[in-house]
Design a protein around this ligand. Sequence first.
Ligand SMILES: [Zn+2]
Length: 373
Amino acid sequence: MYIVPKLDDYSPEALDRAVTELRQALSREEASISSQSEWKEFRDRWLARKNGILTQLNNVWLKPSPPDLKRTVGQVINALHPEIEHFVMNGQSRVEDIRTVLGSLSKDILASERLDITLPGIRRPIGVKHPVLRVMDEIVAVFKAMGYSVGKGPEVETDYYNFESLNFPPNHPARDTQDTLFIAGQEGKPARDRLMLRTHTSPVQIRTMEQQPPPVRIIIPGKVHRNDPLDATHSPVFHQVEGLAVDTNITFCDLKGTLDHAMKALFGSSVKTRFYPSFFPFTEPSADMQVSCIFCGGKGCRKCKFSGWIELLGCGMVDPNVFEFVKQYGYDSSKISGFAFGMGVDRLALLKYEVEGIQMFFEGDVRFLEQFA
Ligand SMILES: [Zn+2]
């Protein structure tokens, strides 16, 4: 670091030496600057009005100089002023060059990571409802409009809720119609507590009646499982929508009227319904309901196997034996009655979308599912 030396000798040779020393220091210091802050320090060190080196020259060299040489010393110092300023400016432009280089470097980086907001965005396809879910929601919506609420229950169910309380006694042959998938390792439990994948949504009827006294109007959509090998119309996983209405004075006419209205809401007002005797353990009497073919209007086509009718659901009046299981919750079969119905959603979706095999719904093939987007 340069310190302004006192001059004992004011001879022209001595002054020359001192000025040369100063110039060398100035040049050295300027060359060592590499940043904006170092440059500012350099500038102030040499040019600051209060104690910069230029000011010090006046105090250290000029003031103590012999009066007859003051003029010469003053001229030497004045000549140094523009030189110092020249170096300060040089330093500044050099630092700015460094900044420019750094700036252009980061510009390269910026350019490589640049986001062109004028490009079209990346399309992220929004999922749509699965065709089975869509049909299920349509059915549920029809019943919601009639004042039904939506009920849900577990897919892993106990023997009690899936069979026993729905009037399928142990070893009853009706159980054979529902090939059941049982959960392994249940042998240690009492028969009614053993777990299985529910074979129908009907257990939710019992669960609902345990939760609330009559009247009940409930629609139950859900996934069910049976030990059916996969073919065009069977799948070990399928979907049902189940309905239950319990109140005083509910008759088979209410059942027919409700379902007839629902089918007209689903398929159009020209659709007709008819009921055939059938059997289910939890309804008495039981019926199968058919609708006039929604494709040919009843004339006969491939879809209705040229009969003009399509079998769509099972239904019936709730068997008094079922009410026995929920008697303590306010269901006295001498005072109340009800009807229940259930339909396979997948079969409806097969018909509606003219799909060849039920497995198409569950294979997750996007090319198939995209058709419903
Ligand atoms: Zn038809």
